[in-house]
Structure formats: C-alpha cells, structure tokens
Design a protein around this ligand. Structure first.
Ligand code: GAL
Length: 413
C-alpha cells in the first residue's frame, strides 16, 4: 500500500481501543530465541483467554521501541503494556501514566521469592510499578568451543590472556571477536570492560551515582584504552549489524569470541546449539564475582477506554510469575527466572553458572541495558562511547572527559 493511503488511517488506528480480552504489548523481542520466549508468553495468556497483540519494534535493545512508545503516549493512546526497564519505570510513573501493581500478586511471592535488587528496580515511591520477568547477565564472554579445541586454547581469565588468545585466533584465519558494531553493542562491550577495570564499587559510583571523581579517574582512562584495543579484533564490515548476526557468527565457527548478554543463549537455543558443546560461557576477563544484571519487566498504562483491563493485568501478572512460565520462558530466553524458588535443574550449564553467580557475586545494574540509567541518558552515553570506539583521532583522555560531561548534562548534577 502506498504511504499516501496509509497516513490518513494512522489517527484512526491510534484511537482504537483494544478489545476487552486483548492486550496490546510493546516490546522488541523479534530475534530468534526472543521470539520463541515471547510465544511461550502468548500461549500461556491465550489459555487464560487473553490475546496478546504484538506491538513489536525491531532494534538493538529497544532504542527504537522507546521512541515509538513516546509518540503513542503523546498522542494519548499508549499500548496496554510495554517492556520498560530500570529508571525508565520511574520516569513513566512520575508523569502519572502507569498503574501500580502492588495488589495484583499475592504478597508471599513478592516478599519471599523476588530478589531485593529486582524489587528496588520496579518500585517508585514505595509502590511496585512493573512486573519483572527474568534476570539476564550482561558481562559474559562466549567462546566457540570448536575453535578453542582446534587451536588448543584455554579460556582467558585475564586481559593479557585474552589478547594472546585473540592474536592466535586471528592468526588462524578466524575473526577473533564477533561484534555487531551498533552503538548499543559498543556500549555493552565498554560496560563489560569498565566493570572489570573499576570493580563493583567504583562502577556504581561512576554509573549509578555519577561521581565525577570516578568518571574522570585514571581507571576510567585505562578502561577506555583497553576497550579501544579490542577494536583491532572485530570485523569492520559488521558496522551497523545487530547482535543476532554477531551471535550467530560465533556458533557458525566464523568467530572465536563474543561479549554479549545471555539473550544470545536464547538465540543459540532456538537453533539447537548447546552450551559446553557448541559454545562456552565464561566470565569477562578479570570479572570473577562481578555480575552486571538486566531485568526485563512490563509496565501497564492507565487507559481511558477499557473497563476490563484490571482483570487482564491481574491474569497477566499471575501468568508471568507462574512457576511454569518462569521455567519455560527463561529456558527459551537465555535468562534465569526472576523467582528464586524455581527448579532450574533442567536449565543448561550457563544458566546454572548465572544462577549461582547471581547469589555469590557483587551485583551491579547494567547501564548499557538501561538498568542503571534512563534510556535517554543511555543513548547519550552510547553516542560518546561508540564514536570513540570507531574513531582514529580521539584519545582515551578526551573521551573520558566527554563521557563525564554528557552524564553531567543529562543527569543535571
Ligand atoms: C535487552 C533486553 C533483553 C534482550 C536484548 C536484545 O535490552 O533486556 O531481553 O532482548 O535487549 O534484544
């Protein structure tokens, strides 16, 4: 259909109320793995008589989805629910657009089986404003097992070992580091490096409290220098390509290593790839006992036209947090359940590692997945970080100053 014909229909589409038993949900789960996980959700809801209407926006980590959501909200017709995470939850709550979800789950579940960092993330002024679904670990290093076996390499535990392994993989004709090269992925890569160099306490001072002494410190300069050294190992033709392509290159034996959150594991699971057989999951070098977390959650918008939405929300909540869904969904998604009481004995070895590490590690909110920062600040940070990664002229000292300035400007500190 021509654009001219579609344009007049847009106001009509935007003002259409969703029907009583349908739930329009904005999300960006369009990659294999994400899609399967989402199907599990849809089917579980269908059993409860709720039809999930996709409002899916493709794109790295939801950046485009957030922009589309803002337009819908401004036009007075937000979807029923949306995948909103971290401080963005409070931003939407502040302008009065979200429903509280305090009362729709039985207290036992909230109080006993949901970790404190999750509760804090979804709370605004003492009220729960979102329903959490899972916990993803962001700071993983993934290895192609066949390449490591063939070249007789051991998983690197220090950055020195990492560079020596990367050189050997490259010399053998493989891409050493699979990396999609969107600014979202550059940001994720920098986060993993920065956490390993700074450690948990300084990471939080820098990226949660925006403490300028840490943001402009020599440690931060070192983190940027190390980050830049990784650029020589990525395939430059990948610029702009999304994480799914980079993740597939790892298990297709085109590349030896990949830094990515464990949603990549969901993608591999969907194509029959198996942990410890096709790929290995290890800590980012020098990051043992450091866990950068990402929590997927859904918020619910106050709606003008619906009368039965309370019912839908309640059913949705109880379905999302049911034992069955927590189990099935998270196997497909690559994450661990957000409930600590779920039996994960048939999850794979990487999920077991994540589950144990979550209990034993220093936990830090991921800034690249906007758990530490709003998506607005995140997008400003990633412009600075990504420009530096690809530039030949900027120094680590310069980008350190630029990042601190960008954070100061947006966080109004
Ligand atoms: C993250 C999201 C994950 C995963 C990833 C890639 O922001 O929290 O669930 O889907 O984006 O799309």
């Amino acid at each position: 259909m021509k654009l001219k014909k579609i344009l007049p229909l847009i106001p009509l589409l935007l003002s259409m109320p969703s029907s009583a038993n349908s739930l329009e949900v904005l999300h960006w789960w369009t990659a294999p793995g994400e899609f399967e996980a989402q199907k599990v959700l849809k089917q579980a809801l269908a059993k409860q008589g709720i039809s999930w209407q996709d409002f899916a926006i493709v794109g790295s980590g939801g950046g485009s989805a957030m922009r589309v959501l803002q337009m819908r909200a401004l036009s007075g017709n937000p979807p029923d629910a949306a995948q909103i995470k971290g401080p963005d939850i409070a931003e939407w709550a502040k302008i009065g657009m979200l429903k509280e979800v305090d009362n729709i789950l039985n207290n036992k579940l909230w109080d006993k089986n949901i970790p404190d960092v999750v509760k804090q993330t979804i709370t605004y002024q003492g009220h729960y404003m979102a329903l959490p679904l899972n916990i993803h670990r962001v700071n993983w290093l993934w290895l192609n097992k066949a390449i490591f076996d063939q070249l007789k390499l051991s998983p690197p535990t220090t950055w020195n070992e990492f560079f020596s392994v990367a050189d050997k993989i490259q010399a053998a004709g493989y891409i050493a580091l699979s990396h999609g090269g969107t600014s979202w992925e550059d940001n994720l890569l920098f986060e993993s490096v920065a956490l390993s160099i700074l450690g948990a306490e300084k990471y939080k001072r820098a990226f949660v409290e925006f403490d300028e002494t840490v943001l402009t410190s020599s440690d931060m300069i070192d983190a940027f220098k190390l980050f830049k050294r990784l650029h020589q190992y990525v395939d430059k033709s990948m610029v702009g390509k999304d994480w799914e392509i980079a993740s597939k290159m790892l298990t297709d034996k085109k590349a030896g290593m990949l830094f990515m959150g464990d949603w990549a594991k969901g993608l591999w699971h969907s194509s029959g790839k198996v942990a410890n057989k096709d790929y290995l999951c290890v800590d980012v070098p020098e990051s043992k006992n450091l866990f950068s977390y990402n929590i997927d959650s859904f918020v619910f918008f106050k709606k003008q036209h619906q009368n039965s939405d309370n019912l839908n929300t309640e059913i949705l909540a109880n379905t999302l947090l049911s034992e069955q869904l927590q189990h099935d969904f998270n196997i497909d998604k690559g994450s661990i359940p957000v409930r600590t009481d779920i039996d994960i004995s048939d999850f794979d070895a990487c999920s077991h590692k994540s589950f144990n590490d979550f209990k034993q590690s220093a936990l830090v909110p991921s800034f690249s997945q906007n758990i530490a920062t709003s998506s607005f600040l995140q997008s400003e940070m990633r412009k600075v970080i990504s420009t530096y990664f690809k530039s030949d002229n900027l120094s680590a000292e310069q980008v350190t100053k630029q990042l601190a300035l960008a954070i100061r400007a947006v966080s109004k500190k």
